[in-house]
Design a protein around this ligand. Sequence first.
Ligand code: PMP
Length: 419
Amino acid sequence: MDSKALYAKAKTLMPGGVNSPLRACRYVNAEPIFIDRAKGARMWDVEGREYIDYVLSWGPMILGHQDPAVSDAAHRAVDKGSSYGAPCLGEVELAEEISRLIPSMEMMRMVSSGTEATMSALRLARGYTGRSKFVKFIGNYHGHADSFLAAAGSAAATVPGTPGVPEDIVRHTLLAHYNDLEAVRAHFQASGQEIACVIVEPAAGNMGLILPAEGFLQGLRDLCDEHGALLIFDEVITGFRLARGGAQERFGITPDLTTLGKIIGGGFPVGCYGGRRGIMEHMAPVGGVFQAGTLSGNPVAMAAGLATLRRLGECDYAGLEARTRALAEELAAIMASKGQAVFLNTIASAFTLYFSQGPVTNMIESGKCDSAAYAAFWQQMLAQGVYLAPAGFECAFTSFAHTDEDFEKTLDAARKVLF
Ligand code: PMP
């Protein structure tokens, strides 16, 4: 069956034909392609067409698809049984490696998705502080737990309102614009004793890529300290992408709790939250805050994650950052030469090329970008074998498997785009 036929059938079986909304490609006025296989920086659809992949499963595949060490580790783990529901060596090894690379995570819990990680970290912050409110940034996405679906980014930004989420729940969610420290200060002034935590993407990746302004993260750290609230860095995207020690290493700010996902599972379903021992010991069975999971610490995911983190120790982060920046800057120059107003945000192996008249530093500016121009760009790049995120408000990711030839092909395709 080709993608068209599969999509027609899928639409009768799944809402929108997909298991996660953005995959439906509605924001680029297109229909999804169905993927058959992937290797390195390439993917092939069910009709055998080849694509250079800049989505990378939305971030996890930083080594590229089917990295031999990761595939081997996963295969070896499967051969020993795919799930035990009892402690295993892999969980201890992965936790030890994460704690070594991100020292603020003295203790942690493995879960099965980023959503579970952030949801559990919020519950822990509330249980630890005995407070209910928390601050979240407009356009940041922390998974789909009820409390976070107030002015969320990513696909949630495209859903008008949040039906199904009771008012009673989101009234505890205090909103501020990204990079607006004064708005956070005002929340603390108004209700400082009721705020359990501030949760932030230390570099935002769900309204396109937006970098923290100078002093923003330090300002959040100081406000949390002043008012006895916890600072949570949601590093589900930035962990092991901005640096091996994540955004907290890159920016030199230490949160109380960190959430991880994506890369630490090497392509398998994983999430993780952790922080200081004295906070984490409030979790059951030591403390009273409850969280559990049938597949938590799954041995196959642990093995793939550990192999990924070890392989990353041999990778040249600075080199990939320089090559990614050169690619993104050339893409921006090509679009500008075609008369498109563009603005580039980039860090490490991530970038967003906004079709925007001016700088993009928050959700308002991200929301003003020319989505029709992005859709035209996306469709023509896809037709030439370049797979970009099917929405203008997402990041492009590069991997250690992308070659200079991949980047050259991408630039050649961009040169041929017509508006
Ligand atoms: N936090 C951030 C910053 C994310 O980008 C995402 C997913 N893109 C999540 C949390 C939720 O992770 P998951 O999709 O694994 O539930």
